[in-house]
Design a protein around this ligand. Structure first.
Ligand code: T5A
Length: 204
């Protein structure tokens, strides 16, 4: 099973993934936790370029190509081998992030990027979208470390990203489950995550 977590920065994706991995491992499942961008050796170099505030990258299509290159290597080196051996793969971000950030945030046309998206031949069985107000997400990101190239974007960029994630969820209701996490503690969010994942596993 392939499960992705999506949402704006600071939504709590990595926190919930860590908890979910421990929970699933307690039932004897092999769980692989991974993330984008940067989960491969090649991808780590791309991540540095993509997130560094000193990077002079002005063409959003070029930026998109780097995320797609990272994802192709991520699939072939990490995700596919784990799925092939029967592991549950939990990824912090996948293709929905490119649609939300590059099409929503950077305002590129989704239709024009579709040929690039068609290169991604696997799709999560389940996506959990942690929906939170950008004010809260960015507050958490700021509290943790210096802001990266995306976190430094203006507020309307983050609002477009959030609303694009919601659009994706609306048109992919079979795959994407939205959890509204504003005002909820880490434990409360995890209770909801468990319900969604248990139901998916039981149905299979
Ligand atoms: N990007 C990525 C694109 O533009 N296109 C793409 O195709 C892809 C794949 C990646 C950046 O790249 C962009 C999107 C991103 O801007 P990243 O560093 O990987 O950068 O960024 P994030 O995935 O956003 O990582 P974050 O760590 O910022 O967000 P998380 O994982 O959602 O948040 P988490 O779990 O680390 O929590 C943040 C803090 O909040 C606390 C945690 O303890 C932590 O301190 N927290 C809570 N506090 C209170 N209540 C809760 N419910 C909480 N949940 C977590």
């Amino acid at each position: 099973m392939f499960i992705s977590f999506e949402g704006i920065e600071g939504a709590g994706k990595s926190t919930q993934i860590k908890r979910l991995a421990t929970y699933l491992e307690s039932f004897g499942y092999e769980v692989l936790v991974t993330f984008e961008p940067g989960a491969t050796h090649f991808g780590a170099s791309l991540r540095k370029v993509l997130l560094d505030t000193d990077t002079q990258l002005t063409d959003p299509v070029a930026e998109t190509c780097l995320f797609i290159a990272d994802r192709l290597e991520h699939i072939s080196q990490v995700i596919k081998p784990a799925l092939d051996r029967g592991a549950i793969v939990l990824t912090d971000r996948f293709l929905d992030s490119t649609i939300a950030y590059q099409c929503g945030g950077r305002q590129l046309s989704e239709a024009s990027l579709q040929p690039l998206f068609d290169l991604i031949l696997i799709s999560p069985d389940l996506t959990i979208l942690l929906d939170t107000d950008p004010n809260e997400g960015l507050r958490r990101a700021k509290a943790r470390a210096a802001l990266d190239r995306f976190e430094q974007e203006n507020f309307s960029f983050h609002e477009r990203v959030r609303s694009t994630f919601i659009d994706i969820a609306d048109r992919s209701q079979d795959r994407v489950h939205v959890l509204s996490v504003d005002g909820l503690s880490i434990d409360e969010v995890f209770e909801s995550v468990k319900i969604v994942v248990d139901e998916k596993i039981n149905r299979r």
